[in-house]
Design a protein around this ligand. Structure first.
Ligand code: FE
Length: 368
């Protein structure tokens, strides 16, 4: 058998020089070494195959949140995921890489970021029965370029001593809360989308009036992150502010004695509603197949995994988000925040007002 392998190599045409070199090397080997040589050759071949069994994921999502999902996907499918975490500049990077981009899947939070990727033609359209069946139409693009996998409601964190049965986003501008409000930058995508939503409901003029009122109520500069609202409530700097609900889930379940747990324990979570619709603002996280994905099949398999009941359960349990898939249980802490009645205004409608929202924040000097 070894001789036959040697013979085959010796007959390879001269134009394939590397193989002839390998044949010469092989003929000079002892039997035991030849076996090792074949093992090495097979390992190299399977290495090539393994390469086709991996995908490259570009994501802006925090590594800690993604890890359990990625590990479960690899365990289930054998497809490895090489991840590039980008805090900022996902769009710029993929754009710069152009047609030679190794990215298979692009994942981001916020409808605005997904639409920016889509409008820059950085996604390709796919048609997946599994995705279309499990994700309601308003939570995926009509052209099959991006898909939402989780929902994230923007809620009120309030000092536990405040007696609040309900709250409207409009109330944040009430003079009753002068000097008591903490919030992150008005230009952050989370707030940009909320302000865009207010514009969709009330128009620019009324939203400007509202935002002026919110600014007048600020206890400190609009800066930092969502968790800092809870931190500053504990620190007595403010009494209330807006933040995403999943951070409250993270903080309230953090290890006892940690700062995060102390911040989480200091707040109550209330779901505000818009006066006009009676719904709470809900944004999304999502993903799509990259325009020049080297492994399109693997990329689709990954997206289909993300909508599976087990992955959706991880979104709920590890990330404290709302699963997009029907019938997946919520994390008990998130469930304790009460029933979510989402505002049903399509996110693509809200996203049309992103630019106006950003200009408004600048015009009012909200972040200054
Ligand atoms: Fe976040």
């Amino acid at each position: 058998m070894l001789q036959r392998f040697s013979l085959f190599l010796s007959r390879t045409p001269t134009w394939f020089a590397p193989l002839n070199v390998a044949a010469a090397a092989f003929r000079s080997l002892s039997s035991a070494r030849a076996v090792a040589f074949i093992a090495l050759a097979l390992a190299l071949c399977s290495g090539v195959q393994a390469q086709t069994q991996s995908i490259n994921l570009y994501t802006t999502r925090e590594p800690g949140l993604m890890k359990p999902l990625l590990e479960a996907f690899t365990a289930q499918t054998g497809i490895k995921v090489a991840t590039v975490f980008l805090k900022d500049g996902l769009l710029e990077r993929v754009k710069a890489e152009g047609m030679s981009s190794p990215a298979d899947v692009l994942m981001a939070v916020d409808i605005g970021n997904l639409l920016d990727l889509s409008e820059s033609k950085l996604f390709q359209a796919i048609n997946s029965e599994a995705l279309n069946a499990a994700i309601p139409a308003p939570l995926r693009s009509s052209d099959g370029t991006w898909f939402a996998f989780s929902l994230r409601d923007r809620v009120l964190y309030a000092d536990k001593s405040l007696k609040l049965e309900s709250f409207r986003y409009e109330d944040l501008a009430s003079p009753a809360y002068k000097g008591k409000v903490c919030i992150r930058s008005g230009q952050h995508p989370y707030n940009n989308a909320l302000i865009a939503s207010m514009i969709a409901h009330r128009g620019v003029a009324q939203t400007e009036q509202w935002l002026r009122g919110v600014k007048a109520n600020l206890a400190r500069k609009a800066a930092g992150g969502d968790r800092d609202v809870a931190r500053d409530i504990l620190g007595g700097i403010c009494d209330l502010g807006l933040a995403n609900a999943y951070y409250a889930g993270q903080m309230k379940t953090a290890a006892a004695g940690t700062d995060a747990r102390k911040w989480g324990d200091a707040i109550q979570v209330i779901r505000p509603t818009f006066a006009q619709t009676g719904g709470t603002f809900v944004n999304i996280s999502g993903a799509g197949v990259a325009a020049h994905a080297p492994n399109k099949v693997g990329a689709i398999a990954f997206l289909e995994y993300l909508i599976s009941p087990s992955a959706q359960n991880l979104y709920a349990r590890v990330n404290f988000e709302y699963p997009v898939r029907q019938g997946v249980a919520l994390d008990p802490t998130v469930e304790s925040f009460g029933l979510l009645k989402a505002d049903l205004t399509p996110l693509t409608e809200i996203a049309k007002h992103r630019k106006e929202a950003s200009l408004l924040v600048d015009r009012l000097g909200f972040d200054r």
